[in-house]
Design a protein around this ligand. Sequence first.
Ligand code: SAH
Length: 219
Amino acid sequence: MEQQRHRMVEKDLKGRDITDPGVITVMGRLPREEFMPESYKSQAYADGPLPIGMGQTISQPYIVALMTQELRLNNFCEVLEIGTGSGYQTAVLAKLSRRVYTVERFSELSASAQAVLGRLGIDNVEFYIGDGSAGWFFDSAQGRPEKRTFDRIIITAAVPEIPQILIDQLGAGGLIVAPVGGTGVQELVVGTKKQGKLTEQVVCDVRFVRLIGKYAFEQ
Ligand code: SAH
């Protein structure tokens, strides 16, 4: 596994355009197989997405690296992640920031991600099960956590557009990374918040499962 991980870093990350030393170090150490279902562990370092159950996928390692690199993280960042999935991206973010707040709609996936991060001793992550298209805010009816803002936001599922309610939860000068588009192919967008408005830049084409929720796609 260590050899395969080394190959992934050299070929699939550094061999493309991943240059962020933090991203390279963290992904070179993190045991990705721990985040995979038993039957896919042997393919943990393959150059593509793989099924993780509930019809969802763990993202291709290169895309995890690219999205993390685009976030320009530092030790002071508080990060909101929408779509915990396997928890692999969550773990990468946690190693490069102060705290990660991650939302997943399937309790089964969140539970298994919580277990893996616990085993790996990653303890700067708060998990929430619910509709992340609305972000992280207080809703007494649903018992959501309190409203607040974040330095960085990452959406790891496709959205038709970046929901305004998430832009509202991004702090001044903050960055948001998200796959924006329809079912099938989307554009990976990096948004920077300045004077309350988001300036968007397109990085490349990507393929993600859809974000299902009130401010994203319908069921
Ligand atoms: N970063 C994850 C990607 C998982 S795929 C990984 O690499 O493992 C996207 C995830 O978003 C899925 O787990 C899916 O269940 C979740 N998701 C979809 N709609 C959601 C919503 N409205 N709120 C929170 N999570 C959602």
